[in-house]
Design a protein around this ligand. Structure first.
Ligand SMILES: Nc1nc2c(ncn2[C@@H]2O[C@H](COP(=O)(O)OP(=O)(O)O)[C@@H](O)[C@H]2O)c(=O)[nH]1
Ligand SMILES: [Mg+2]
Length: 439
C-alpha cells in the first residue's frame, strides 16, 4: 500500500499496459492519446534476419530528424572523438521499428532498423514537467497486458466458486502461463488455499494474496543501484542481446545520473554496427554526456580501456560502457565480453563496479537462458528489465527473482527517457496483480 500514492500515477500504468490490446476496464485516468508521446508503436514483424551483423543495406538516417527527435544544438558535439567515416544512417525515424523473431524471442529488427532507432530514441527525452505522468500510472498502464491476463483468469476462476482442487489447479496453471515460474506458482496457490479450502473466496481476495506473495519473492531482489562515489569513475558495463534495450537504458540512466549532478561519460562499445554508435551519440548529446566512440569494427576492449583512462583523467563520476549483443554467435559474444572485462580490470581491479544485464521482458522464459549466458560471460551483478509495457509476460521478472536472486535495479515501461525507474517490489506486485485497477 505504501507505494501507491494517488499523486504518483504513471510508471506503473505503463508497466501494466497502455498498448492498444490492453483491456479497457483497467484503464487508468490517462487516455491513450494524452500525456507524453507514445512509445513507438510495435511494428509488424518482418522477415529480416540481420542478427549476423552483416553490413546492412541501411537506409540513410538523416541528421535532420523530426522535430521531436532533434538534438538540442547546445548539446551537440559532445563526443570526445568524432566517429570518422560513419555517415549517419537510417530512414524515416518516424517509421515503426520492425521486429523479428529470434532465438531470444521477438526482437526489434536490429541492423536495418538501428538507424531509425539511432536517431529516434526518446520522443519525450526533454522532460515535460507539467504533463509528466507519475510513475505509478505509467507502471500500471504499461503492465496492463500482464495484469489483465492474470486478472481475467482470477476473475473467471473465483467468481462464485469454492476453492477446490480443480480451481487451485487451474489457478496454478494460469500463474505458470503468466511466466511466474513453477515454484512461485505453487507457493502462491498454497498461500491462497491455506485455511480456505472448500470455502468461497472473492477474486479480490485472491489478487491481494497474489500481490503479497509476489512481493515476498521480489523484496530481496529489489535493490537500488548504488553509485559508490569513492570509485571515480564508477564503471557500469551494460550487457544483453541485441535489441534488449541496452543503449536506450544507458540514455535513460545517464539522464538520471546527470540529474543527480554526476559527471557522466559513455563508451560506444557496440562497435559492430555504425548505427549503434550513432544511437549512443544521440543519447549522449541529449543528456549532456560525452561519448567516446570509434569507427565501426574497432576493438571494443581497447575502446573501453581508453574510455576508462579518459574518464579518470577528466574526473568523470560514472562511465557507462555499451556492448554488442550478437546472440547468433555466442562464442564470439562471450569471448568479447570476457576480453572487455579483463582489459577493464587491468586498469582498475575493482571495475566494472556494476555489470548490468538488460533483459527484454517480451522474450519471456528465454530470459532465463540469457541470464545464464551473460552471468558466465561477464559476471552479471544486477538486472534491468525493459519493455514491460509491450508484453503480457511481465511475470518473468518474478520467475527470475525466484531462480537467480540477482538484484533487479530498474524496470522500463516505454521508450521515453522517463520510462525507467528503480524497481520496487510492492509497486510491481500490486501492478501485476491488478490491485490498483480494481480499487
Ligand atoms: N516499449 C519499450 N521499448 C523499449 C524499452 N526499452 C527500449 N526500448 C526500445 O527497444 C529498441 C531496442 O533498444 P536498444 O536500446 O537499441 O537495444 P540494444 O540493441 O540492446 O542497445 C529501441 O527501439 C528502444 O526504443 C521499453 O522499456 N519499452
Ligand atoms: Mg545498442
Amino acid at each position: 500500500m505504501a507505494e501507491t500514492k494517488p499523486d504518483k500515477p504513471g510508471f506503473l500504468s505503463r508497466l501494466f499496459g497502455r498498448k492498444a490490446e490492453t483491456q479497457p476496464e483497467v484503464a487508468p485516468q490517462t487516455p491513450q492519446a494524452g500525456g507524453e508521446p507514445e512509445a513507438m508503436p510495435s511494428p509488424p514483424a518482418t522477415g529480416a534476419d540481420d542478427l549476423s551483423g552483416a553490413p546492412p543495406t541501411v537506409t540513410t538516417a538523416s541528421p535532420d530528424t523530426p522535430e521531436e527527435n532533434k538534438t538540442p544544438p547546445e548539446l551537440a558535439g559532445a563526443d570526445l572523438q568524432p566517429v570518422e567515416g560513419v555517415e549517419p544512417e537510417g530512414g524515416n525515424p518516424k517509421e515503426p521499428i520492425p521486429r523479428i523473431e529470434t532465438e531470444a524471442g521477438p526482437q526489434p529488427r536490429p541492423d536495418v532498423a538501428e538507424a531509425e532507432r539511432s536517431v529516434a530514441p526518446a520522443p519525450e527525452a526533454q522532460p515535460a514537467p507539467a504533463e509528466k505522468r507519475g510513475w505509478w500510472q505509467r507502471l500500471t498502464e504499461g503492465m496492463r497486458r500482464t495484469s489483465s491476463s492474470l486478472s481475467e483468469s482470477v476473475t473467471g476462476l473465483f467468481t462464485k466458486r469454492k476453492l477446490d482442487d480443480a480451481t487451485l489447479q487451474d489457478l496454478e496453471d494460469a500463474l505458470i502461463q503468466a511466466d511466474l515460474g513453477v515454484p512461485t506458482a505453487m507457493r502462491i496457490t498454497e498461500a491462497i488455499s491455506a485455511g480456505r479450502y472448500n470455502k468461497e473466496i472473492s477474486p479480490q481476495e485472491v489478487r491481494t494474496i497474489l500481490a503479497s506473495e509476489v512481493e515476498k519473492t521480489l523484496q530481496p531482489v529489489a535493490q537500488a543501484l548504488n553509485i559508490d562515489r569513492a570509485k571515480k569513475p564508477f564503471v557500469i558495463l551494460m550487457v544483453g542481446v541485441n535489441g534488449a534495450g541496452k543503449t536506450t537504458t544507458i540514455g535513460k540512466l545517464s539522464q538520471k545520473f546527470r540529474q543527480q549532478g554526476l559527471k557522466v561519460m559513455l563508451a560506444a562499445g557496440d562497435t559492430f554496427r555504425a548505427a549503434a554508435i550513432e544511437q549512443l551519440k544521440v543519447w549522449g548529446e541529449r543528456v549532456g554526456a560525452p561519448v567516446l566512440a570509434r569507427e565501426q569494427g574497432a576493438d571494443a576492449a581497447g575502446l573501453a580501456y581508453d574510455a576508462l583512462q579518459e574518464a579518470k583523467a577528466n574526473g568523470t563520476d560514472v562511465l557507462l560502457i555499451d556492448t554488442a549483443g550478437r546472440l547468433q554467435n555466442k562464442a564470439g559474444l562471450m569471448a568479447e565480453l570476457e576480453k572487455i572485462v579483463r582489459v577493464i580490470k587491468k586498469f582498475d581491479e575493482s571495475a566494472p563496479h556494476a555489470t548490468l544485464l538488460v533483459l527484454d521482458a517480451t522474450v519471456g522464459q528465454n530470459a532465463v537462458s540469457q541470464v545464464e549466458l551473460f552471468q558466465k560471460a561477464a559476471g552479471v551483478t544486477g538486472l534491468v528489465m525493459t519493455k514491460l509495457d509491450g508484453t503480457a509476460r511481465g511475470g518473468i521478472l518474478v520467475a527470475l527473482a525466484a531462480k537467480f536472486g540477482l538484484p533487479v535495479h530498474f524496470i522500463g515501461v516505454g521508450e521515453g527517457v522517463e520510462d525507467l525507474e528503480p524497481f520496487t517490489a510492492g509497486d510491481f506486485a500490486k501492478a501485476i496483480a491488478g490491485l490498483e485497477a480494481i480499487s
